[in-house]
Design a protein around this ligand. Sequence first.
Ligand code: NAP
Ligand code: G4F
Length: 352
Amino acid sequence: MTSVTRRAFVTGITGQDGSYLAEFLLSKGYEVHGLIRRSSSFNTQRIESIYQDPHLPHARMKLHFGDLCDSNSLSDLMRKVRPHEVYNLGAQSHVRVSFDMPIYTADTVAMGALRLLDAVREFQQESGQQVRFYQASSSEQYGKVMETPQKETTPFYPRSPYACAKMMAHWATVNYRESYNLHASCGILFNHESPRRGETFVTRKITRAVGRIKMGLQDKVFLGNLDSKRDWGFAGDYVKAMWMMLQQDKPDDYVISTGKTYSVREFCEMAFSHAGLDHKDFVAFDARYLRPAEVDLLLGDCSKAKAKLGWEPTTDIKGLVAMMVDHDMEAARREKTLRDAGHAVHNRASHD
Ligand code: NAP
Ligand code: G4F
């Protein structure tokens, strides 16, 4: 008997989570189809190491142009790819930016999820093929938290345009599950980081600064609120939970977290001290990084995921900080070498 290759369709494949998820799915034997936005410059750096030329006969990773703001591209791709699993990770995912661009954020995050859900519903109805759907919900939805720790039954209280948009995407997913017999699950993921984290999120901004300060490429790092607390895990662990949700007989919603929380200040302390530096000498305040409404404390209780999925985080905060700082020290070392080489070349040229 021949087994059918599972096909997964991933939005946000060029992002932090998309790149880890694509690697994970390829390792499980999936054919991975990623949605990418047309851009005038390359936006595929995070997946370069796993990209395969789609013309190769056995290529299992394929990229397709499209956009969550464009329903037609989503419907067309459902018919073309005929996916067994769809992971909706695409988003304008920066909370601070969502205050500057609320309408665009709602369009990609809320309407984007609805457009994709509807394309999946339509394809499932037309083809009779069952599709499993994952929605990237967020701990940001707990906002001004109603209880601590936060679990699946904790009421939401969003505090940003981003979180409001994620609320709509979350409830649309639940509604499609209940209305159209769609195997649709929401992962309510707490903050997760890695060396691939975007450089304007606070952890990566700090670890990039630690590397560059250590190498003499930067003097200070300017941050906003150091008192807010987050439950930070490792992105590589979290994408595994997404896949596990879609392997269950029944769709459901799950909190994914570490169960530990630290302030931004504590993250600074840990990151700088890993490089033998004192954060107090290098962290400065800039009000531009404050938000009109802040989420003060996030701390997740992932007992349901532990019991039902058998999922547990493998990386603690110490391991995460070390992984990110070590990576960014190396990146800064390379940057310095290049800068020095450029300088040397320039000097030599001027002597030639
Ligand atoms: P990320 O690094 O910011 O990646 C976002 C991805 O979405 C990128 O691939 C981006 O493409 C794509 N995208 C943006 N607008 C799009 C559009 N209009 N159409 C199609 N794709 C679009 O985010 P992440 O950290 O990997 O997070 C993945 C998902 O989980 C997001 O939905 C995020 O909101 C959610 N989430 C993240 C966390 C976390 O702590 N990381 C926690 C909870 C939930 P480009 O490369 O072209 O910009
Ligand atoms: O790293 P952040 O920007 O992450 P935030 O706002 O918690 O959002 C991230 O996690 C969510 C899950 O809860 C995701 F849904 C979302 O997509 C994103 O991945 O900020 C963390 C904290 C905030 O309290 C912020 O005010 O750090 C504080 N902060 C202090 N200075 C800063 C800065 N944040 C950023 N980005 N830049 C600063 O300079």
